[in-house]
Design a binder for this molecule. Structure first.
Ligand code: BES
Ligand code: ZN
Ligand code: ZN
Length: 495
């Protein structure tokens, strides 16, 4: 998709579909729509006051061959309350326009970015939203494939802006949009295609292409290092485990004392539960249990193209969790890379086991701040549904920043507590710690387990158990993986 921008006048924009955001408050106070209404000879007034169109968020109304415009179709896109408009909502408006255009097999879309805070930010999020919406998840269809890609997306800014700034923000938007779609594609891949080895191979190929240094730790190396928590998960599978380590070239020489951020993503390419086998209903969704790892890869690929001041490394422990004669069994005890012993009560709580070793290893690599992202618990699905991801951790300053960024990224995070009292649920009789708590506070006890392996390094854990997958499809997105986390992590670290 070609992304272009133009200042000012939307009347002259020749395109298949011109999207024009309309806000709920504009029913009572029509003045800001007067000029569009005049140009279109009353068409706007007519659809709004006949209640043909309500400008609630994501509602749309198309006006075919509008008078006074060069566009073939004028699409009024509901933006909700004007006072609620933020970059996240503008991104969704852009996406809604693109998917609406796709459904009519249009090829060129323009969006008039009304009322956005800054032209640069508007251009960036509109770009991200357009790319996100243009993406489809039907990779393996040989017929009835969604082939209706939008070819060009034009951003019309409602005020004067620096051309260089807008161009740079669009460039960033393309980087983030593409990286997010890449993460979605990976998470949608079935587990017979995306094994840990294939995940590592793709990380190498794509990473090297953008200037990442990609290192793959093989099983023998992990055995030598004593990463037995990670290895315990992959034991039941014939697919060898891989620990993917991503570094940004040029960041090797850090100033002494400057922070090194590690982003660590759960990369379980299929989670059957292992010997603690999951019920078969919806088990197919566990092909996406590497969504956290995909988000880390997407983040690193994006950052590599942005030359940020922040030093960042990425780690993805990639394994498959299956039952077999070799598999780890409930009650087994392993010694982790950090040296702490773990009693594995439930082999389905495997994410925390592979993360335990990856988190501890991130510290060996010099990480001063760690952020992990994982489809870690079903409990998070119950607690927060598919609206918010769970956020827990020990670095309140970063968590506050992450929460503030939600209105930009559109990826919502809700902080949960991490009191010491929750630790006792994962005490083991036989080992230092066990890998599950009791029935209560599952999101928190999982985080408490991880905390044991970051020790005193400032750390944040994002549980994306419910937000990694879009089951219904949205006006601005197809069904399937969401790529959750790429925008959040790039917004935080891409400076
Ligand atoms: N990958 C799952 C968590 C999950 C389940 C994510 C459903 C998204 C949707 C994780 O490995 C898991 O199975 N967790 C168990 C932990 C339990 C055994 C303590 C869970 O949440 O049931
Ligand atoms: Zn599991
Ligand atoms: Zn899992």
């Amino acid at each position: 998709m070609q992304i272009e921008f133009q200042p000012g006048d939307y009347r002259e924009t020749a395109c298949d579909l011109l999207a024009f955001p309309v806000f709920e408050d504009e029913i009572a106070d029509f003045s800001s729509l007067e000029s569009l209404d005049k140009i279109t000879r009353g068409a706007v007034r007519s659809v709004i006051f006949s209640r043909e169109f309500k400008p609630e968020l994501h509602q749309t109304c198309g006006i075919f061959k509008p008078a006074g415009l060069k566009a073939r179709n004028l699409l009024l896109v509901g933006g909700g309350k004007k006072s609620h408009l933020n970059p996240a909502i503008l991104r969704e408006i852009a996406g809604t326009a693109v998917r609406n255009a796709k459904s009519r097999a249009y090829k060129s879309v323009a969006l008039f970015c009304r009322g956005a805070a800054s032209p640069g930010m508007a251009a960036r999020v509109a770009t991200e939203g357009a790319l996100y919406a243009n993406h489809e998840s039907d990779i393996y269809k040989t017929r009835d494939k969604e082939q209706r890609d939008i070819e060009s997306f034009r951003i019309i800014l409602d005020r004067k802006a620096s051309q260089t700034e807008v161009r740079e923000e669009i460039r960033r938007g393309v980087i983030v949009g593409d990286a997010t779609n890449m993460a979605r594609t990976l998470a949608n891949e079935p587990s017979n295609i995306l094994t840990p080895a294939k995940f590592a191979e793709r990380a190498s190929m794509m990473g090297t292409h953008v200037g990442l240094d990609v290192q793959i730790l093989e099983r023998e190396e992990m055995e030598r290092l004593g990463m037995n928590a990670l290895l315990a998960v992959s034991r039941g599978s014939d697919e060898p485990p891989k620990l993917i380590v991503l570094r940004i070239k040029g960041q090797e020489k850090r100033r002494a004392g400057s922070p090194l951020y590690a982003v660590v993503g759960k990369g379980v390419t299929f989670d059957s539960g292992g010997i603690s086998l999951k019920p078969s209903e919806k088990m197919e969704e566990m092909k996406g249990d590497m969504a956290g790892g995909a988000a880390v890869l997407g983040t690193m690929i994006a950052l590599a193209q942005m030359s940020p001041r922040n030093s960042v490394i990425g780690l993805i422990p990639a394994v498959e969790n299956l039952p077999s004669g070799k598999a780890t069994k409930p009650g087994d005890v392993v010694k982790s890379y950090l040296g702490k012993t773990v009693e594995i009560i439930n082999t389905d709580a495997e994410g925390r086991l592979i993360l335990a070793d990856a988190l501890a290893y991130a510290r060996t690599l010099g990480a001063t701040h760690i952020i992990d992202i994982a489809t870690l618990t079903g409990a998070c699905v119950i607690a927060l549904g598919n609206v918010n991801a769970g956020m827990l951790g020990t670095d309140q300053k970063i968590m506050d920043r992450l929460r503030k960024n939600c209105s930009i990224t559109g990826e919502k995070l809700w902080q949960l507590p991490l009191d010491d009292e929750y630790r006792k649920a994962i005490r083991s009789e036989i080992a230092d710690i066990k890998n599950v708590g009791n029935r209560t506070a599952g999101v928190i006890t999982a985080a408490k387990f991880l905390q044991e392996f970051v020790e005193d390094t400032p750390w944040i854990h994002l549980d994306i158990g419910a937000v990694d997958l879009e089951r219904e499809g949205r006006p601005f997105a197809c069904k399937g993986a969401t790529g959750f986390g790429v925008r959040t992590l790039v917004q935080l670290l891409g400076q």
